[in-house]
Design a binder for this molecule. Structure first.
Ligand code: PMV
Length: 347
């Protein structure tokens, strides 16, 4: 008999109010609330999962290649599978077959789309009937920022107050249809894997940066202001907070000892170009995560000017236009033949 395959599709999110620093490393509880937009399926992860009594170990493929289960990235993913297996009372091993439609580990949050697709598909495969806030608590323990990809539109990850993390989950501020005018350009500056992982980097920041002492208060204030700007569809304020947040996070990174520097000269040119575009009022905002690639947020009306400004910067490898996306979905069973072949080979 063939084992049932469940498939989920999920997309990255980009934080406008950033998460950088944990108050609990094990449960992945953040020092501050963060707010993101989930992106559309231009970049996506498609993950198929099957649980099988025929296997004596878990097997994980990314982009057609079998992964080492001892590697850090794979471990963090299987943490969420283990947790859900426990919840479902299942002892069966899993085959996970995951395909990314974009460069992995290039600061484009493939871990966010990967982990949220995995959590979504696994919950269906195990027949777990749990809501999104509970799913986000599980996803958060794989990778913090990943939990925000479990909903579409504008998403808030609440920092929570409790030691057990039960109040640190996501909520949708507004869905993807709310502000259709918003456009996000991803400017790909480098496809190289980041040198300092965000996990190690943020830990060092919390431990060594004196500037960081103020960072959670700044971010919390920004989260409140941004939520209000979203509710009022006030783009200039959204743009200002987005840029201030990116700058604030990269400031505490630089204040880390030894310093963590993700931005390069092209990133800095993008920053200057956006401020030039904004000389008559904010029409665009840049934001950078743990890498040199930029996401530049603007609106339909101004996207031509923003694209042209980015396009005139030498060294940008690609500019991809995206909209706000609707969040993860269950898809038809995909990679069924591949998964069954893997089970047959390993039984
Ligand atoms: O990938 P994580 O969950 O370890 O954290 C990355 C955090 C940033 O992408 C740098 C900022 C954010 O809030 O997404």
């Amino acid at each position: 008999m063939l084992d049932e395959v469940y498939t989920a599709v999920a997309t990255p999110n980009i934080a406008l109010v950033k998460y950088w620093g944990k108050r609990n490393d094990e449960l992945i509880l953040p020092h501050n609330t963060s707010i993101s937009i989930t992106l559309d399926e231009t970049f996506k992860t498609t993950t198929s999962v099957a649980f099988s009594g025929k296997l004596d170990r878990d097997i994980f493929f990314i982009n057609g290649e079998e992964q080492n289960l001892d590697s850090h990235e794979v471990k963090e993913r299987f943490k969420v599978v283990d947790e859900m297996r426990r919840m479902a009372g299942s002892a069966e091993h899993a085959v996970v077959y995951s395909v990314n439609s974009f460069p992995t580990a290039a600061g484009l949050a493939s871990s966010a789309s990967g982990i949220s697709a995995l959590v979504f598909a696994t919950s269906k495969a195990l027949g777990l009937d749990i809501g999104t806030s509970r799913l986000s608590i599980i996803a958060r323990q794989g990778s913090g920022s990943a939990c925000r990809s479990l909903m579409g539109g504008f998403v808030k990850w609440k920092k929570g107050e409790k030691d057990d993390g039960s109040d640190s989950y996501i909520e949708q501020i507004k869905g993807n249809g709310y502000w259709p005018d918003i456009v996000a350009f991803v400017a790909i500056v480098s496809e190289a894997k980041k040198k300092v992982s965000s996990r190690a980097g943020m830990k060092q920041t919390v431990e060594t940066s004196k500037l960081y002492r103020e960072r959670p208060n700044v971010a919390e204030e920004h989260a409140k202001e941004l939520e209000k700007a979203i509710m009022e569809k006030d783009f200039p304020t959204l743009a200002r907070i987005t840029m201030e947040e990116s700058n604030s996070m990269h400031a505490v990174m630089l204040d880390t000892f030894p310093p963590i520097i993700y931005l390069n000269d092209i990133s800095k040119e993008i920053i200057h170009a956006v401020h030039e575009l904004n000389s008559g009022g904010n029409i665009a905002a840049y934001t950078f995560d743990a890498g040199p690639n930029a996401v530049v947020v603007t609106t339909e009306k101004n996207k031509g000017d923003v694209y042209n400004a980015l396009n005139s910067i030498g060294g940008i490898k690609d500019i991809v236009e995206l909209k706000i996306g609707s969040g993860p979905r269950i898809a038809d069973r995909q990679y069924e033949a591949e998964i069954n072949a893997i089970i047959e080979k390993n039984r």
